[in-house]
Write a protein that binds this ligand. Structure first.
Ligand code: AMP
Length: 366
């Protein structure tokens, strides 16, 4: 798109650093380094949530466009702030209680009941910092295990599936959403995304409405992903007649990520505009691109585990015409670490997934 990209990260040779025009390596808490960096750029965005909100604050003070705004990053970094925001924006969420000590936790378990999930308010992702509670006896140990820090206690949701939606809002207030997708996790880590999700049209429309409602409420300028739990239809009151009202009761918002998301990687091949181009467009104040689906797609993550018997068999992928490989250039392949992904497009999501699973299997060294 003709822009020059500068990246700031404590890590040297980071995935973005490898393709950036300029890579600056310094600590996020090094105010001087952050200030110097912001002087060199016109607009600033972030690629994951754990960049301290102070970085955005410094850039905003220096008069640099920060998109999405630092306040949105700040809210997304903490489950309690995030849930408070959902409440204000009128989004449906899982019943929860904020807990800051063991007494509050005990009260919360009485109100929420068992089973429940205790999650640290700060820095939780991919199932880290959360413990499932089955009974009163586990409460104290779980509280200690999470380090006695501020937490949320959530009711366990018997969801049917997990779905998510990537949306964007431009600087002019324009809004665009990609189709709703289905996500399958293994060990709490995203394993596979299929696009589009096979859901009733009313459910897809409601997910988009909720995304629009949130993006407008927070005046988003950028890309954002909303993750939902989709409830089984039998759990929803059978008296509810029309599909729109039913759809409204089927979705609960779990969390947001105010950035391109792993469940949106399929858009590189599967949509007219990728979520990354959309991010650039929204951050640079350009009109948004079309989010139209080109072909059904399946995205399969490649975790470090794939390297356990040596370098995966990349050559084998050449036999799969519709498989697209993306490697992030991370040096060390640790178990559970997201090293890359595959996207397959096909005439149906089932066909895309079948080819994707076969392609990923062919990569494995025995
Ligand atoms: P999170 O870090 O909140 O996205 O949680 C990671 C994963 O744990 C989710 O993708 C779900 O599979 C599961 N999970 C989180 N919260 C709940 C809940 N309240 N009920 C059931 N499963 C949950």
């Amino acid at each position: 798109m003709g822009y020059r990209l500068h990246t700031f990260s404590p890590e040297e040779d980071s995935p973005t650093g490898q393709i950036a025009d300029r890579e600056v390596c310094a600590d996020y808490n090094d105010g001087e380094a952050v200030r110097a960096f912001t002087k060199e750029v016109d607009a600033l965005t972030f690629e994951f949530e754990n960049v301290p909100a102070l970085v955005a604050e410094i850039a905003e003070t220096e008069g640099v466009l920060v998109r999405p705004a630092g306040s949105i990053l700040h809210a997304a970094q903490n489950r309690l702030r995030e849930k408070a925001l959902f409440g204000k924006a009128g989004l449906p969420v899982t019943p929860y209680r904020a807990v800051t000590n063991l007494v509050e936790l005990r009260t919360a378990t009485v109100e929420i009941g068992f089973p429940a999930i205790l999650k640290t308010a700060a820095f939780g992702y991919d199932g880290k910092g959360q413990i499932r509670l089955e009974s009163e006896e586990q409460t104290e140990d779980a509280w200690q295990a999470l380090g006695g820090q501020a937490c949320v206690l959530e009711a366990l949701v018997n969801f049917e599936r997990e779905v998510s939606l990537v949306a964007a809002r431009g600087a002019d207030g324009d809004f665009a959403a990609y189709p709703l997708v289905e996500n399958r996790h293994v060990n709490h880590i995203l394993d596979v995304t299929v696009a589009p999700a096979e859901v009733e049209p009313a459910v897809a429309a409601e997910a988009e409405n909720l995304a629009r409602q949130l993006c407008e409420y927070i005046c988003l300028e950028g890309v954002l992903c909303l993750e939902f739990f989709l409830l089984p239809r039998r759990q929803v009151c059978c008296e509810t007649v029309d599909s729109e009202s039913r759809a409204r009761e089927l979705l609960l918002v779990n969390e947001i990520a105010p950035r391109p998301h792993n469940s949106g990687h399929w858009t590189i091949e599967g949509a007219l505009t990728s979520q990354f181009e959309q991010q650039l467009r929204s951050v640079c104040g350009l009109p948004l691109g079309s989010t139209e689906l080109i072909r059904p797609a399946a995205m399969l993550n490649l975790l470090g585990d794939l390297w356990q018997n040596g370098e995966p068999n990349w050559q084998s992928l050449l036999a799969f015409q519709d498989a697209n490989l993306h490697l992030y250039g991370k040096r060390e392949a640790r178990p559970g670490r997201k090293m890359g992904h595959l996207t397959v497009t096909a005439d149906s999501t089932a066909a895309a997934l079948e080819t994707g699973l076969a392609a990923r299997k062919a990569l494995q060294r025995n």
